[in-house]
Ligand binder design. Structure first.
Ligand SMILES: Nc1ncnc2c1ncn2[C@@H]1O[C@H](COP(=O)(O)OP(=O)(O)O)[C@@H](O)[C@H]1O
Ligand SMILES: [Mg+2]
Length: 173
């Protein structure tokens, strides 16, 4: 029997779906409600490896680019990491996301690349070993927040007496 633990809640979604905005609001509202909550971001551009990733994304350096980005290739770095208790997918069309501002200068901020990202997300969501929940991210910030907060509070209650799994490890799925 596992001891009481916190929940690992992941926000996913394409560029400008609202991940940063909603992660910040979720941490704030959970704290206001008396939970201990902490936000983390990937890539974290202040670490050594994060600086490398950041400089590549900002086109200040070049690395070998696996431009085919097979799903298998993309998953490898995360195998064996703690398995999220819930993955909240902020779902938004490329068109609606585009209305939230123009693309910046980063390497993958192009609509062709973002379309491929959407396709990969659809493939990832077929993975039933993960608890995917789709949220309509085209709603107002307030509506999106309230959907996220509700699902998060429910999963915090559920997760606390369950063991923490490992991501994409055969024996655990
Ligand atoms: N529900 C929403 N409705 C309208 N604009 C939003 C909404 N959520 C976020 N935005 C705006 O869209 C932009 C991208 O949001 P952000 O949270 O940075 O997205 P992400 O981290 O997924 O790229 C920001 O300018 C933000 O203020
Ligand atoms: Mg962001």
């Amino acid at each position: 029997m596992a001891g009481r633990r916190g929940a690992l809640i992941v926000l996913e979604g394409a560029d400008r779906a609202g991940k940063s905005t909603q992660a910040k609001r979720l941490v704030e509202s959970l704290k206001e409600r008396g939970y201990q909550a902490e936000g983390m971001r990937f890539p974290e551009r202040t670490t050594e490896i994060g600086r490398l990733v950041g400089s590549y994304l900002e086109k200040k350096s070049n690395l070998e680019d696996h431009t085919n980005f097979s799903l298998h290739w993309c998953k490898q770095p995360d195998v064996g990491l703690p398995k999220p208790d819930i993955v909240l997918f902020l779902d938004i069309s490329a068109e609606a996301a585009a209305k939230r501002g123009d693309f910046g200068n980063e390497r993958y901020e192009t609509s062709a690349f973002q379309k491929m990202v959407q396709k990969r997300y659809a493939e990832l969501m077929e993975d039933r070993s993960l608890n995917w929940q789709v949220i309509d991210a085209a709603q107002s910030m307030e509506e999106v927040h309230s959907a996220i907060r509700q699902l998060s509070e429910d999963i915090i209650q559920e997760a606390k007496d369950q063991p923490l799994g490992k991501l994409w490890v055969e024996s655990d799925t």
